[in-house]
Design a protein around this ligand. Sequence first.
Ligand code: C2E
Ligand code: CA
Ligand code: CA
Length: 697
Amino acid sequence: MFFKANFKVLVLLVLLTFSALALHRFGFLDTSLSLLENRSSDLFRSVSTSGVIGDLTKKGDRTVLKCHLESTEGFNLCGLSVDLRDGLGRGIDIGHYDELDLELLYSGPFADPKIKVSFRNFHSNYSSLKDPISMKFNTIIFSAEKYSGVLTVPLDAFRVENWWIDQYDIDFKDSQTDFSNIFYLELLSHNMPVSGDYKITLDKVVLRGEIISENNLLKLIFSTWLLVGIIFLIRQHSKLNEISKRDMLTGLYNRRGIQERLSTISADHAVYMFYIDINDFKGINDTYGHDVGDKLLICFSRMIEVKLEKHQSRSYFSRFSGDEFVIIFDDLKREDMLALAYAITLNFEKPVNIDSYSIPLSISLGIAKSSNDDNNFDSLLAHAGAAMYHVKNNSLLSFQEFDEAFSENVYYKKRVSEYIKEALKQDKFFLNYMPIYEAESLKIVAFEVLLRTNFNEMKGIGPHIFIPIAEEYNLIRELDLWVLENTFRGIRDDYEFLSDKALTFCINMSCDELNNPLFISSLRDLLEKYDIPPEWIELELTETSFVEIGQEGINVLESIRALGVKLVLDDFGTGYISFNQLVNYPVNGLKIDKSFVDLLETESVSSGRIIQAILSIAESYQLDTVAEGVETAEQFVYLRELGCQHMQGYLLSKPVPWLIAKDQLINPETEKLKNLTSSLNLTNKFKSLMSLLNINN
Ligand code: C2E
Ligand code: CA
Ligand code: CA
């Protein structure tokens, strides 16, 4: 199809090229201008010196000038001038003509008299309207007798007259012939050495040229070919690009295509993903052969497409792999999603007819919805996939939605716990570091260590999902130790670099460790093994874990502190610790939970008051404060004015691999961040909020 279209354009281009060249060759692109035609007789004048009597007559197209010279004394001249100016007094431009056809006769009282034909132009540099003689003479001189009939002169045979150049002391550029603003055509006697009668008979002066010169035509043709070639290449490229996003068999998007489609959907749209797997497709292939299998896949996708077409919502349909299909819906209501899910599953109640076979088909459908903080492809896929597997293993279900209830689903959690074990075994975990900044100086003072995995099966399953599952399935102690040991190892590897930086590494610990009698000794052993100064380490424990803490837990905390390791309360504000209980806990600081920082965006004074209260309590207990999840300049300025000492959040930096974190230490972006967090960015809303809380900015 594409190549056919290309070929047509190519043939058309060849035809165009040849016809343009032929048109040019056979003169169809010629143009001409007759200078005397339709010019009224008062524009023709005789020009002569005082010793000469000139007599001009005009009859039809013929102009005749007779001159009589009495005596050869002094300088004598005789000729005729044609005024070429238009009604507005502007000259004509003849520069784009190539040659001049002259039909004239000239005779004098001696043999071989010469005539001078000039185009005189006007230029403000050297001409004045009052003194037309100062205008430039572009001239040819020739013996008219030699040429009977039409004389064709190329325009570049014309020369500027020397006397004129001398007289006006003209520079190089102005001494060139110039046909741009021609006021007059003049025919004058070249010299009058003998007394008697001179006669000029003028019939025709025609300029000839081409609409486009051969050179320019060739250039134009070449440019057209070049342009068309480039367009072809670009189209070819985008076509290939398009093909690379398509599945060859069904013409649907492939994995790459659907992934890209999702990235074009605005983040504030509710996106649903349908993950469809054909049950026992392998069996179908084995029974009926691959040909039938392929046809079935095509037929299957058409059947689904028909269902999608009936629907208003924009959707993108892809064959994700073998017998797995993914559909993404942009802005779909939940009712519609359910209706569609039913419609799609009902579709396959009856067998599908391929060739002469009637093949029973069933599918497993898993559905996931994007959430505000988690609308990336991998996590949608992980969720929809998990729901799909659940359907597959549960013959009573036709489809399953991944929602909060489902994430609590035992099958799902069991599977994730298996993945965690496998990822640990295959060493598929790694660490990211999120800088924590001092609010005033915007210097990095600490890093929060965050666990990540690149285990394929866990794509899209972040720590907020797998950590609680690890806790439930008794894998957390192993994970926490892995994080401790790998953080320490990292510090040891860069010990020299870190030794003068006074940085703290904040490591998240599960509350489970408060009931773990071995934790303290493991921590002490690891500190010793890697020879880590304990004051470089801070452990973050969630506030919720403190609510029900007993004396044993407090003892663990005390022993951690006794090692010289610091402690902070993470997610502070979510656990309903009574403020006056704080004094019982041996902690060094509080981390204000992201949810309060988020509220600053929407809610008014109340969230500000809560944060203000937290900060003033922290101050009275001499606790360090960190606000987490700072995403906007407004939140930053607001928190800083309230007196929060440290900040962490996407506004300042996302969690990054150690090499990048290290680079942030070596090349701090303090100035950039200062601009980013400048109070100039404060909106009116925030200003009024601050004035309500009596904060002066
Ligand atoms: P957390 O301790 O509250 O960690 C902060 C989480 O908030 C991190 O998510 C971080 O990426 C995210 N965050 C920080 N600033 C912003 C922001 O400005 N905007 C947004 N949208 N998010 C921000 P992450 O890494 O997914 O961690 C989730 C939770 O998983 C952590 O919450 C922590 O409870 C747990 N976790 C992470 N790593 C570990 C670990 O090594 N051990 C244990 N036990 N838990 C961990
Ligand atoms: Ca934390
Ligand atoms: Ca937190």
